[in-house]
Design a protein around this ligand. Structure first.
Ligand SMILES: CC(C)(COP(=O)(O)OP(=O)(O)OC[C@H]1O[C@@H](n2cnc3c(N)ncnc32)[C@H](O)[C@@H]1OP(=O)(O)O)[C@@H](O)C(=O)NCCC(=O)NCCS
Length: 213
C-alpha cells in the first residue's frame, strides 16, 4: 500500500511555501492542482515584491510561527539549505506535494514528509523515498529504490530497479543510474551522466560511464 509518512489527505489544506523561487513556483502549482490553498511565501530575500506569482510574500522564514495552523513545505533546491531550514522549523506540519499527474504505485511505496513529486514522475512498487526529497518533472524512481532524506532526482533522471541513494545526493538532469547500485550520501551526479558502478565516496561524478571529477 502506498503511504505518506504524514497525514494522508482528507480535506483541503492551507500551505505556506518557504522559498519564493523557480522551484517555489512549481510547488505552488502542485498545491493548486491538488485543490489546496497557498497561504503565501516566506523568504529571507529582502528585495522581493509584496506578491510572488500572485501570492503574498508573508515575511522572512523566522516568522513561520505566525502560520502554524497551515502546513509547510521547503521549496529550495539546495539540499544543504533545505535540510538546515527543515531542522530549524519547530512544531510544523509538513505538506507533501504530489502532482496529480505523477504516477505513484499503491504497492508498498513510501513518500516522506515534505517531499515533492512533480508532474510525469513515476514511482514504482517498493520504492521508499525519504523526507524533504525532490522527484522532479518526468523523473523515474523504479521498483525497490531507497532514497534517503533530501535526495533530489532532477528533471528526466532515471533510477533503474533496486538503486539506493544516500542523504542529500543530487542526481542531475537526464542522468541514468543502472539497476542494483548504491550511491552514497553527499554526491552530485552531473547532467547526463550514466552511473554503472556503486559510488562509495562523496563527490561530483560526470560522464558516460560516470567518473569522479
Ligand atoms: C557537474 C556539475 C555540477 C559541474 O558544475 P561546475 O562545477 O560548475 O562545472 P563547470 O561548468 O565549471 O565545468 C567544469 C568542467 O566539467 C565539465 N562538465 C560539467 N558538467 C558536466 C557534465 N554534466 N558532464 C560532463 N562534463 C561536465 C565541463 O565541460 C568542464 O570541462 P572542462 O574543464 O574540460 O572545460 C554541473 O555541470 C551539472 O551537471 N549540474 C547538474 C545541474 C542539474 O541537473 N540541474 C537540474 C535541476 S532540475
Amino acid at each position: 500500500m502506498h503511504k505518506m509518512t504524514g497525514d494522508d489527505k482528507t480535506m483541503n489544506q492551507s500551505v505556506v511555501i518557504i522559498g519564493a523561487s523557480g522551484h517555489g513556483k512549481v510547488v505552488a502549482d502542485i498545491v493548486i492542482e491538488n485543490g489546496d490553498q497557498v497561504v503565501g511565501f516566506l523568504d529571507d530575500n529582502p528585495n522581493l515584491p509584496e506578491k510572488f506569482i500572485g501570492f503574498p510574500v508573508l515575511g522572512i522564514i523566522d516568522e513561520y510561527q505566525k502560520y502554524l495552523d497551515a502546513k509547510f513545505i521547503v521549496a529550495i533546491g539546495n539540499a544543504i539549505i533545505r535540510e538546515k531550514i527543515a531542522n530549524k522549523l519547530k512544531n510544523v506540519k509538513w505538506y507533501t506535494a504530489i502532482h496529480p499527474a505523477a504516477v505513484i504505485s499503491k504497492l508498498d511505496t513510501v513518500i516522506g514528509d515534505g517531499t515533492v513529486v512533480m508532474a510525469n514522475a513515476v514511482v514504482n512498487p517498493g520504492a521508499r523515498i525519504g523526507r524533504q526529497c525532490i522527484i522532479n518533472t518526468g523523473a523515474i524512481v523504479e521498483h525497490d529504490n531507497k532514497l534517503e532524506d533530501y535526495v533530489h532526482v532532477s528533471v528526466g533522471a532515471k533510477l533503474a530497479g533496486t538503486v539506493s541513494v544516500g542523504k542529500t545526493t543530487w542526481i542531475g538532469i537526464g542522468a541514468s543510474i543502472r539497476n542494483n547500485l548504491e550511491i552514497c550520501a553527499d554526491c552530485m551526479i552531473g547532467a547526463g551522466a550514466v552511473v554503472v558502478k556503486d559510488i562509495k565516496e562523496a563527490g561530483t561524478y560526470v560522464g558516460v560511464p560516470a567518473r569522479k571529477r
